[in-house]
Ligand binder design. Structure first.
Ligand code: ADP
Ligand code: MG
Length: 253
C-alpha cells in the first residue's frame, strides 16, 4: 500500500462487557509505513481494543476497517489473509513443536504457497521454501541457533520473540503486537527495538500495544493514549509526553 494510506481505521469503537465499558467511543487511524503505539495504564482497554481490531472480539458499537476492508463480517483467518499478523499478550505457541515449526506455521497462515491455500499437500520443494523462510525469520530475532529446540523450553521473554518471528513469517503488511516487551531482559528489549526499526525501514506498518511508555517513546512515530476505556491523547512522542492528562493518567494509574 502507498505510504500514508490508512491501514487501520477505527471509528467510534465501543465495547461493553455487561455494565463495564472497556472501550468507549475510540477513533484513530494508523497509516501505511507508520509505527504507532497504543499506550495507557493497566485496565485502560488496550488489549480489548486490540482484540476488536483483530476480530477476536465483536464490537458493541462503531466500526473497524483494515486495509480499507470493513472487518465486521470477517473471520480471523480472513483477516490474516489480508496481510495482518498479530501476537498475543499471553503468548500462544505450540510448546511441543520446535521453534522452526512454530515459525513455519506463520508462513502457512498467509497461505504463502498457492497450492496449500487450495487445500492440497505441499511437495518437497514447497516445504523447503517455507522452512527456509522460517529460518530467515528466526535469524532476524536472533533465535536461529535454537531452531530445533522445543518452543515450550524457552523462557517467556524468548517465546515473545519467537511469536514475533511467526507473525513476520506470514509476510504481513500490518503487524500488531500486544506488549511485546513484557518479560524481556534489557538485551532482548534492545534487539526488539532494532527489529522494529528494521521493519519500519522495510515499510511494514506496526501497531504496538504497550503499558511501558518509556519503551515505546523512542520507537514510534505516533502514540494513541487510552485511559478507562477512552482515548485521552494522541500525537507524536513529545506532544504526548507533555500532555498533562497523560501525566495524570500514568501517575494516578
Ligand atoms: P489493558 O490491556 O489496557 O490493561 P484490558 O483491555 O485488558 O486493558 O481491560 C479493560 C477493562 O475491561 C478492564 O477493566 C478489564 O477487567 C475489562 N475486561 C477485559 N476483558 C474482559 C472480558 N472478557 N470480560 C469482562 N471484562 C473484561
Ligand atoms: Mg492488556
Amino acid at each position: 500500500p502507498q505510504r500514508g494510506t490508512p491501514l487501520v481505521s477505527v471509528k467510534k469503537a465501543t465495547k461493553r462487557f455487561g455494565g463495564l465499558v472497556a472501550v468507549n467511543d475510540v477513533s484513530f487511524d494508523v497509516h501505511a509505513g507508520e509505527i504507532v503505539g497504543l499506550i495507557g495504564p493497566n485496565g485502560a482497554g488496550k488489549s480489548t481494543m486490540f482484540n476488536l481490531l483483530t476480530g477476536t472480539l465483536p464490537l458493541t458499537d462503531g466500526a473497524v476497517r483494515l486495509l480499507d476492508v470493513p472487518t465486521a463480517d470477517l473471520s480471523q483467518r480472513e483477516i490474516a489473509l489480508l496481510g495482518v499478523a498479530r501476537t498475543f499478550q499471553h503468548v500462544k505457541l505450540r510448546p511441543r513443536m520446535t521453534l522452526l515449526e512454530n515459525v513455519a506455521l506463520g508462513a502457512y497462515a498467509r497461505g504463502h504457497c498457492g497450492l496449500w491455500r487450495g487445500g492440497l499437500r505441499l511437495n518437497g520443494q514447497e516445504e523447503h521454501s517455507i522452512m527456509a523462510e522460517a529460518l530467515r525469520q528466526l535469524e532476524r530475532v536472533g533465535l536461529a541457533d535454537q531452531a530445533y529446540e522445543l518452543a515450550g523450553s524457552l523462557p517467556l521473554g524468548t517465546q515473545r520473540l519467537l511469536e514475533i518471528a511467526r507473525a513476520l513469517a506470514s509476510d504481513p503488511v500490518l503487524v500488531m503486537l500486544d506488549e511485546p516487551a513484557a518479560g524481556l531482559r534489557l538485551l532482548e528489549k534492545q534487539a526488539l527495538a532494532r527489529l522494529l526499526d528494521t521493519l519500519r525501514s522495510e515499510g511494514v506498518t506496526v501497531l504496538i500495544v504497550e503499558h511501558d511508555m518509556e519503551f515505546v517513546m523512542n520507537l514510534v512515530d505516533r502514540l494513541v493514549v487510552m485511559n478507562f476505556g477512552s482515548k485521552i491523547s494522541e500525537g507524536n512522542p513529545a506532544q504526548v509526553r507533555a500532555d498533562p492528562e497523560v501525566q495524570a493518567a500514568y501517575l494516578g494509574g
